[in-house]
Structures are given as C-alpha cells and as structure tokens.
Design a protein around this ligand. Structure first.
Ligand code: UD1
Ligand code: UDP
Length: 361
C-alpha cells in the first residue's frame, strides 16, 4: 500500500516558517509534495527560509508572482488544480490566511480532496483585511481545522464549526523553540548593525491599511523618526515601494536613528526580536513572537486576532496614530508580567502529524 500523500501549498514568507516544523513531522509518515505558488519570490522573502530552516525545496513552483487579489488567486487556482490532478493526494495542507492559503483550500475542496488548515479559527473581526476573508472561507472549506489556541476553537464553535477541530498549539512556537539556540549561536546581526541588547526598537510594517494609505504610513514613519531611539526597520518590499511612492524614503534615510534594512532571514529576526527593548509591528507572526519572547509589543493596528497577547498585557493596539505610537514607545510596560496563555508546548507539529496519522489508519 502506498503511503498517504499530502500536498502542501505555501507561497508567502510566514508560511515557509510555519511549514518547517510540520513538514519534518509529516515526512516521518507520509509522502509530501510541496507547491510554492510564487506569491513571494525575492530571495529574502522566500528562498532564505528554505535554506535556514531546512525546509524541503518545492516540487512545484507556480511562479504566480504579484498582482491583484483576483489575478493572484485565479492563477494559483489553475496551477494548483493541475498539480492536484497529477499527484492525486489524499490531503492538502494549507497555512494561515494568505491568498495562497485560499487558493490551495479552494482547489482541493472542489476536487473533493481533504483540506487541513493549520492556524484555523483566527479572527480579527475586521473584514476590511483580505486575510480575514481568506480565514473565514478556508475554515469553512476545511476537514481538519488545527487551532492554535482555545480562543480559536471558540471562534470556530461560534460559526458552527466543531467537527474536525483540534486544539494543537501553535506551530510558530515550535519553529521558534527549534531555532532560537541556532539563531543565538549563528546570527551576527547585533554586531553588524552596531546594536546592544535592550537599546533599540524593532519595527515591521506591511499591512495594506498602513502601506497603501499615505497618511497612515506617514504617521508611522514620523513616529519612528521622532522617537529618537534607534529603530531597526527591516522593510517588506510592499512597504519599500509605498515609502518611495509617498515620498517618505528621504525622511527615513536622513533620520540618524532609523536603521532600515531589506527583509531579514529568520535567524537574524529572532535575535533582533529577543533583544529589542520593544517591538513595533502590524504583523501577526511578529506579535506572537514578541509574546513568546516576552518582549513588549506595540501593534500598529486597531484590532488583532492574537487577543491573548493583549489580554495578558504584553501587547497594546495603537493603530497608525503618531501620538499613540510615541506614547507607547515611551510608556507602555507589560502589566505585571502575566503569562497565562499557552500556545502549546512546542509539540503542535507532532500533534498535527499524529492526528492525520490516526485518521489515515
Ligand atoms: C501577503 C499576505 C499577508 C501576509 C504577508 C506576509 C495576502 C492577501 N497577503 O501580503 O497576509 O501577512 O504576505 O509577508 O495574501 N513583493 C515583492 N517581492 C516579493 C513579494 C512581494 O516585491 O517577493 C511586493 C510586490 O510589489 C507585491 C507586494 O510586495 O505587489 C505585496 O505582495 P503580496 O504577496 O501581494 O502581499 P503581501 O503584502 O506580501
Ligand atoms: N520575519 C523575518 N524577516 C523579516 C520580517 C519577518 O524572518 O524581515 C518573520 C517573523 O519573524 C515571523 C514571520 O516572518 O516569523 C512573520 O511574517 P510576516 O510579518 O511577513 O507575515 P504575517 O505574520 O503578518 O502574516
């Protein structure tokens, strides 16, 4: 009897990180094929993660690239369908909430192939975010819903999704635990940037609401500059383009305190996160990693799907409001250092593989 076959569909930076620990487990029991949609394609947004995390290189790269939502999702659907017809897997694995997640789940569901969604049940309750649309649709198409937290399980229950829901813990926590020591040993990023622990802020920005609205991006950039503290800012390509478009690049380059870099590899990122005085971000994954590492996080959004980090006092939501950002940089401190939420125990990937294995027997 041939081993059960799983096709994993990924395409964007955080998905390469999420799949790393899961793929390692899946490959103990299953045959896995990896489809890279090509949503992210720069070396620093894609290949570096395969190299650093030992992720098996994709068997298929659809080379879809950038474009509108419909273009991107449509091209992915066509390419993924072709692969699924050829490979005939029993299960398609998808991660998170990007257009690659939606396309993978939809192509599989229409071919009646089972869909397994890692990071099911996350909700920001803000439908203006493309990711929220993707999350809701993918969860409702999925057969296995791997929820990282109790909150996620409860969100699914409220939408009538109970069958196939499993509380597994968070695979990003697994990835972090597996790589932190390696990062501490190998990364030279603090020396390279001339930084000392707890003497700088780390910032990432890439949400359309912050990059595609000039006034929001300007407020964020001004807050970085006016903080006067060293701000390390690895800029997502979308953000680099927006900074250029809105004429904000000069101000950043002139500012002596802002250290802008290209997107960084995961190991450098972990070291920068662990040693930052505070983190400013609109990223989902970076908010979580700040919590895992117990670094105060200032979130440049009005809502978050990772509510546990806010309830526990480690994260504060400030939107794209210059004064609120500056106040949080100066004053925000985690209330009492509570740490009451579990994102699992670093074994989420094992649990996911075991569940799929049990189902397959
Ligand atoms: C996507 C996801 C978002 C996720 C983020 C992770 C969707 C709808 N959004 O957003 O949920 O948080 O990835 O980083 O799926 N670009 C490059 N080189 C690259 C990749 C992108 O130059 O390798 C530029 C292009 O100009 C592109 C823009 O970045 O148009 C945005 O890329 P895209 O993948 O559409 O969305 P992200 O903002 O990266
Ligand atoms: N990340 C990275 N280099 C960077 C910025 C982020 O390795 O320059 C990592 C980060 O540590 C986290 C993940 O990418 O593991 C988060 O991805 P991103 O912010 O792109 O997407 P989101 O989580 O918001 O979907």
């Amino acid at each position: 009897m041939r081993a059960l076959k799983i096709v994993t569909v990924v395409g964007a930076r955080p998905q390469f990180i999420k799949m790393a620990p899961v793929s390692r487990e899946l490959r103990k029991y299953f045959e896995e094929r990896v489809v890279h949609t090509g949503q992210h394609y720069d070396y620093g947004m894609s290949r570096v993660f395969f190299e650093q995390l030992g992720v098996p290189l994709p068997d298929y790269n659809l080379g879809v690239g950038s474009g509108t939502h419909a273009y991107q999702t449509g091209e992915m659907l066509k390419g993924i369908e072709r692969v699924l017809l050829e490979e005939e897997p029993e299960i398609v694995m998808v991660y998170g909430d990007t257009n690659s997640t939606l396309a993978g789940a939809l192509a599989a569901a229409k071919l009646r192939i089972k869909v397994a969604h890692v990071e099911a049940g996350l909700r920001s309750f803000d439908k203006r975010m493309p990711e929220e649309v993707n999350r809701v649709l993918v969860d409702h198409m999925s057969d296995y819903l791997f929820a990282p937290t109790e909150t996620a399980v409860e969100n699914l229950r409220r939408e009538g999704l109970v069958d196939g829901v499993h509380l597994t813990g968070d695979v990003m926590y697994d990835a972090l635990l597996q790589n932190l020591k390696v990062a501490r040993r190998n990364s030279r990023i603090l020396d390279e940037l001339g930084l000392r622990p707890r003497e700088y802020l780390l910032a990432t920005v890439h949400r359309p609401r912050n990059t595609d609205r000039g006034e929001n991006l300007k407020a964020i950039v001004e807050a970085f500059v006016e903080s006067g503290e060293p701000v390390v800012f690895p800029a997502h390509p979308r953000t680099q383009k927006a900074l250029r478009y809105y004429g904000l690049l000069d101000a950043l380059e002139r500012a002596k305190n802002v250290i802008m870099t290209p997107p960084l590899g995961y190991l450098d990122m972990l070291v920068l996160e662990e040693n930052a005085r505070k983190i400013l971000t609109d990223s989902g994954g970076v908010q979580k990693e700040a919590y895992f590492l117990r670094v105060p996080c200032i979130t440049l959004r009005e809502r978050t799907e990772w509510v546990e980090t806010v309830e526990d006092g480690w994260n504060v939501l400030v939107g794209a409001d210059k004064e609120r950002i500056l106040r949080a940089i100066r004053e925000f401190e985690p209330a009492g250092g509570a740490y009451s939420y579990r994102f699992g125990d670093g074994r989420a990937s094992k649990i996911i593989a075991e569940i799929l294995r049990g189902v397959s027997e």
